[in-house]
Design a protein around this ligand. Sequence first.
Ligand code: F0G
Length: 401
Amino acid sequence: MYHLVCVNCEATYPADEILYNCKKCGHLLAVKYPLEEISVTRALWESRPLSVWRYRELLPVQVEPVTLQEGGTPLYHLQRLGEEMGLKHLYAKHEGMNPSGSFKDRGMTVGVSMALQLKKKSVACASTGNTSASLAIYAAKAGIPAVVLLPAGKVAVGKIAQALMHGAKVISIRGNFDRALEMVHDLCLSHGLYLLNSINPYRLEGQKTIGFEALDQLSEIPDRFVLPVGNAGNISAVYKGFLELQELDLMDRLPMMTGIQAEGSSPVVRAIREKLPEVIPEQHPETVATAIRIGAPVNAEKALTAIRMTGGLAESVTDAEILQMQRDLARKEGIGVEPASAASVAGVRKLVEQGMIERHERIVCVVTGHLLKDPDTVIKQCEPPTEINADLPSLLSALHL
Ligand code: F0G
């Protein structure tokens, strides 16, 4: 049986204690499995379909999971973009292909299942959009109410549409994501809703399966794993998963964990660059990639460890670089992602240009959310459709034929 452990002072807590921070020092918690008692083999996992639940021995859920068949997302070889950058082995794991269109579904299938396992009656989160969409679909599937807090005016329309349609109680606050998270945290502590932001150690357990799947799909260990970083949960989760595989002797080295942030919202990059012991929160984060418009990442402590312990990198990209890569992925590779997702590949392009990435490296970029999440940002970048009279000459003229 697993338990919870503080990542700072190593205090331990029972698995069924509902806790989001260490009671002794206030730092983050992680799920710890008795790995020496767990017997898994690659053959066992490979006998199951590629999905979050392929790896159930390393997940905390003991009840029937609340699932919508998440995971099993494609790993694409970016041939054309890779060639342009001089990289033979550049891959993108398209997490936009999950049920709600983002990687959050991996965490939420586990998180909402844990809500039921822990006998919680309602769930809540703060969100820049995707977490709320994902929570809404899994709460609907579980048949329990969900409350989501969003920063007013800063959430892409597709994500709001999802949260509303799937029946969550959607609250827009006049403040940013960081404030919304503080508020929902207080609400959950005072009123017993189950908090499903990435401060919840169980949710991150689901997200580590991105790394597991990528290993299985590549059939080898990538040299570098690149993720867009907002609240810094995902990069921390993938790293934790890799450490577990290493301890189980299923992996003999770790990829260099590399985090990419938007320039207007890059406290993790700054901490790495300036070798700070912890991040200094940014009061007014701003970026077109609203999904990662976060100034005070709650998982920063874990993310700094992931990057530092693997010899990884952190880099920021401008909004222009993000949007250019969103168009390039769409037009040169046929991969439609939202702006935050394009940040990972944009970061690789920048790091290659700076000589920070070696051209022989095998690189997996996580592209985290689907193009249709944020149609407004897409439409703004594209020529509008050409409207014509409904006759053939007008068509030929519009096509310059
Ligand atoms: N990419 C997308 C599309 C996201 O929605 C997020 C986070 C990230 C990357 C960053 O992941 O926070 O684990 O570092 N979105 C959260 C949300 C904050 O509320 O949907 P992270």
